[in-house]
Design a protein around this ligand. Structure first.
Ligand code: AMP
Ligand code: MG
Length: 306
């Protein structure tokens, strides 16, 4: 990474495609390896709150509280950036998205490097995010020189993104830190994750995190049609199987009904079904609480087709 190279790194959320966040050439490489449009800004990763303060001009009180409670962790804050963060990283916005990943190997790496690291998910733009080093290898091995293998990710969905309008916090992406946890620290918080037409927040693109196969999300009419048809369907369930279809074609994300465990297994299950012999993937809706919200958000975007 010292020479503007980009490499695969583990985090607790998903694997990242990492490069020097202060080096424009590294950023250009990241966009090109991912085939990511330049209007989609990158998240900067560093190892301490003191480091974050080097790259931002101000920290609102609620941001400070969130940092103290949840960093390192699956929380990204949008803060006003200093000039040393290149415009290409933020797609020209005056805020930078910044977080401290909670992964021992990556924290060690970040402490050893003399710069912060930009690291979007290590997958081609729009596809399912990688949660193992093998996922990264399958898709990017001919494009990057190195993947740091830190095992399967423990959280399994991307970070929760929180920005600020004045002193007020706004959640722009549901993710690995539950809203309930955020609200326990800073009180009732606005959620604005559906501005798909807003080019400022492309992580909110309607269609994202998608398998190649068609994915149908929580649609009883379609499910009945599929049960009656000859199409082979692979099914993503929470803790119990759907009546009817062969159980071998169904994946339980958490047999003990734990939403954190379900989030951890979500993307790998989507990949397995995408690679298997199903013609179409069906996913149930998860409970709208805790990480269930982030799971439903990803499944909804995965199901969307332009
Ligand atoms: P990821 O694909 O996990 O690296 O997340 C990147 C996402 O973070 C983008 O798609 C945006 O939604 C969001 N993001 C990054 N930087 C900013 C920013 N400065 N302002 C608003 N959203 C941002
Ligand atoms: Mg991504």
């Amino acid at each position: 990474m010292m020479n503007g190279l980009v490499v695969g790194i583990p985090t607790e959320t998903v694997y990242g495609l990492a490069g020097n966040a202060l080096n424009e050439d590294a950023a250009i490489q990241i966009f090109s390896v991912k085939n990511r449009p330049h209007f989609d800004p990158l998240i900067v990763h560093t190892h301490s709150i003191t480091e974050i303060e080097k790259y931002v001009t101000a920290v609102p009180d609620k941001a400070r509280l969130l940092m103290q409670h949840f960093m390192p962790g699956a929380l990204t804050l949008l803060l006003k950036k200093k000039g040393m963060i290149p415009d290409i990283i933020t797609s020209g916005l005056d805020t930078v998205a910044i977080r401290i990943p909670n992964h021992p190997l990556t924290l060690q790496l970040l402490r050893a490097l003399p710069f912060p690291v930009a690291a979007p998910s290590a997958n081609p733009f729009g596809y399912i995010s990688p949660t193992t080093a093998a996922h990264v290898f399958e898709q990017l091995h001919d494009k990057i020189p190195y993947i740091l293998d830190g095992g399967a990710t423990t959280v399994g969905v991307e970070s929760t993104i929180v920005g600020f309008e004045g002193e007020e916090a706004v959640v722009y992406r549901l993710g690995g830190l539950a809203i309930e946890e955020i609200e326990a620290v800073i009180g009732k918080t606005t959620i604005n994750v559906n501005a798909a037409s807003n080019p400022k927040t492309p992580g909110m693109l309607k269609s994202h995190y998608a398998p190649v196969k068609r994915l149908i999300f929580d649609n009883k009419t379609e499910l009945d049609r599929l049960k009656a048809s000859k199409e082979k369907v692979g099914i993503i369930c929470f803790n119990k199987y759907i009546d009817g279809p062969d159980k071998n074609a169904q994946v339980l994300l958490s047999s003990r009904g734990d939403l954190e465990e379900a989030a951890k297994h979500l993307f790998a299950a989507m990949r397995t079904l995408d690679a298997g012999d199903a013609d179409v993937i069906y996913a149930i809706r998860f409970p709208e609480e805790g990480l269930g919200r982030a799971i439903n958000d990803r499944l909804m975007r995965a199901s969307f087709r332009e």
